[in-house]
Structures are given as C-alpha cells and as structure tokens.
Write a protein that binds this ligand. Structure first.
Ligand code: PGA
Length: 255
C-alpha cells in the first residue's frame, strides 16, 4: 500500500519563531516513532530557514520534509514581494502548495496556478495543487468546476510531471469549518479526480496522489483515509496542535 502523505498548512501561523521551532522539533520527535508516512510541513516563508537548519543538524532516520505555501512563477527578477521556486529549493523545500482557495480568493487565477505548477516542476519541487468547489449543488455542477480546475492547472504538464504532482481536494465550504466532508463523498470525489486525470493523460491508471483537506481532525482522519480512499490529508488548524497532529500521523501510519 502506498505511503500516506500528511501535509500541514500552517498558513500565517504560529505568531513567533520560538513557537515555530518548538513545533518543528516536537513534530520531529513524534515522527521518530512513526513509520511509513510522508509528513510535509508548510510553514510561513520566514520560518523555513530554521526548519532547514534543524533538518540538516538532525540524525533522525525519519523526519518531515519542507513545503512552502506559495511560489511565484518567474525564476528571478524585478518582482517585488515574490519568492521563486529556485530560491526556495536552496532551503531544502521539496513541496509547494499551489492555488489554495485562500489565495484564489485574493485573486489568484487558474492561469497563474498553471504557471506556478510548471515553475515548481522545472526545479523539481512537487506541486500540491488545491482544487475545490464553493458549493455542492444538487445538479452536480460542482463536478464540472472541479474538472475545469484540474484541466487548467495541469495544462502543459507532462506525464512525468503529473506523476510527481499531488492533487489536494479541498471543498471550500469545509475549510476552516466545524465539520469535514463525509468519507463517502470524499471517496466519490477522489475517484472522480483520478478519472479526470486518466482522461486528460489518456492512460489506464494514474499514480498522482489525491489528498483531502478541510476540517480534518484526529476524530475524522481515520474514516477519511480508510473510507475516503485518499492517499493523504492536507491539514490546517490541527497541524499547529502537536498532540492532534501526532494522532493524525499515527492514524495515517496504520492505514
Ligand atoms: P483546516 O484548513 O484544516 O483548518 O480546515 C485546511 C486548509 O485550508 O488547507
């Protein structure tokens, strides 16, 4: 069975570098007892060097890998406030979240998402492409929303590229909410997303992992992973709580 991928999206948290460092080492200690899980931590940019130093100094066999929450698609130049994939990969960053709904809400377009995906792959960063519908309408329009988001995000991505890409399905109504999507619906969506990719790439099977995100916690993680048929989780709030994250990592290891 493929290794589960647990991504922690810290967003604009925690408030201090000290707290971030404590979390990095706490999670690293927890991971020393956990096998067969790929843990990816995506802290805010300023905390990346501290995590990178910790990873370099560590002798632990298993640890987390570093991800970022965004990149810009140009490699360098006059782009005030932007950070390129090239800059990040010097700090041992291996993954990058692209097209999170909180960024799309602030104006990020499908075209930009696509450019960022291509830029990440160019330097060997694994894109974690976020997709998700605003509402789940009775007529099933949300399926075409998801399909269009996938098609646009992966335009021009080679078969090799899609093999090292991750799709994170995050229904927007379930992000930062009180309840996650039910595992049955997660299962349906994970199959649908794979089917879209199979059609785009004209292949029989697709290895691209599909993750679920949106109000994941230690109580619902087991059901989502088992019955939801996803290869992992994208976690916001609970990835900043050491105990909760440890529970979720244990769940992922046993599934
Ligand atoms: P949440 O966030 O787990 O706090 O709902 C998920 C996300 O935005 O990726």
């Amino acid at each position: 069975m493929a290794q589960k991928i647990i991504v922690g999206n810290w967003k604009m948290n925690p408030a201090t570098l000290t707290e971030a460092k404590n979390l990095f080492s706490g999670i690293q200690r927890a991971l020393s007892k956990i096998k067969n899980v790929q843990a990816v931590l995506c802290p805010p940019f300023p905390y990346i060097p501290a995590a990178s130093e910790l990873l370099k100094a560590s002798k632990a066999k298993t640890s987390f890998v570093l991800g970022a929450q965004n990149i810009f698609f140009e490699p360098k130049g006059a782009f005030t406030g932007e950070v390129s994939a090239e800059l990040l990969s010097q700090f041992g960053v291996k993954y990058v979240i692209i097209g999170h709904s909180e960024r799309r809400k602030r104006g990020e377009t499908d075209e930009e998402v696509n450019k960022k995906v291509l830029a990440a792959l160019r330097v060997g960063l694994k894109p974690i492409i976020c997709i998700g519908e605003h509402i789940r309408d009775e007529e099933g329009q949300y399926l075409s929303v998801i399909k269009a988001q996938i098609e646009k995000a992966v335009a021009g991505v080679s078969k090799k590229g899609i093999d090292s890409t991750i799709i994170a399905y995050e229904p927007i109504w379930a992000i930062g909410a009180t309840a996650a999507m039910n595992p049955h619906d997660v299962h349906e969506m994970s199959i649908y997303i794979k089917k879209c990719l199979v059609e785009i790439y004209k292949v029989r099977t697709i290895v691209t992992p599909v993750l679920y995100g949106g109000s994941v916690d230690p109580q619902n993680a087991f059901g989502i992973i088992h019955e939801g048929g996803v290869q992992g989780l994208l976690i916001g709030r609970q990835s900043l709580e050491l105990e909760s994250l440890t529970e979720i990592l244990k769940t992922a290891q046993s599934s």
